[in-house]
Design a protein around this ligand. Sequence first.
Ligand SMILES: Nc1ncnc2c1ncn2[C@@H]1O[C@H](COP(=O)(O)OP(=O)(O)OP(=O)(O)O)[C@@H](O)[C@H]1O
Length: 233
Amino acid sequence: MLKINQIHKSYKIGDSSLHVLKGIDLSVEEGEMVAIMGSSGSGKSTLLNIIGMLDEADEGEYILDGLAIKDLTEKKAAVYRNKFLGFIFQSFNLINYKNALENVALPLYYQGLKRKERLEKASFHLEKVGLSAWGHHLPKELSGGQKQRVAIARALAANPKLLLADEPTGALDTKTSHEIMAFIQHLNDEGKTILMVTHEEDIANMCKRIVRLRDGVIIEDAKVNQVRAEQYV
Ligand SMILES: Nc1ncnc2c1ncn2[C@@H]1O[C@H](COP(=O)(O)OP(=O)(O)OP(=O)(O)O)[C@@H](O)[C@H]1O
């Protein structure tokens, strides 16, 4: 599914430069569910953003679904990102003035679907996350867990091969976090490949593999016995 070799990334801050990723090697196969862990500032989001093609590495190779990302033009990269990747964020990143249904429909616009088709598909995905009755509500009328479910439906709308999540439960209480994790596990059971950043050990243990970063290098990469979230719901 994806393979990265010797990725380096630095940020320029004034005259100095901060070396954030220092030679990361990582392979993820189809169907995996991987947690990226590490303390604050260890480079987790930077790595996820590079994998998500939201940012570019300074050095190294990134192959996604057999294609070298470096070789793509910006336009092709945008098409590729839309087709292969779905994103979930801690702060949901929903558009406040659009209702739940329109938020879910948004990525389908970039796939060139007509409005009616977009809304039909969005409706299907909202139903999948158990929110078919909430389609006409604005994000501010939804609970945190509901907002994250809308965000998941949006991430799934374009049927991406890889779902990337940056602290997907970071803004949720424990019970709601477990509900969201149960849902994400269910997606993985159905075959979706998932990569998530978390700093919570119990959430990471609900994945099947944990990659630990420290100061921009991988210090551990191990398979774990997946804890099922539904037992806490
Ligand atoms: N755009 C940027 N410009 C400058 N420095 C940045 C930028 N993005 C991240 N950094 C710095 O790079 C380092 C790694 O950041 P990153 O967000 O990847 O860490 P993280 O492990 O995800 O941390 P956290 O758990 O706090 O979110 C941090 O020191 C951060 O301040």
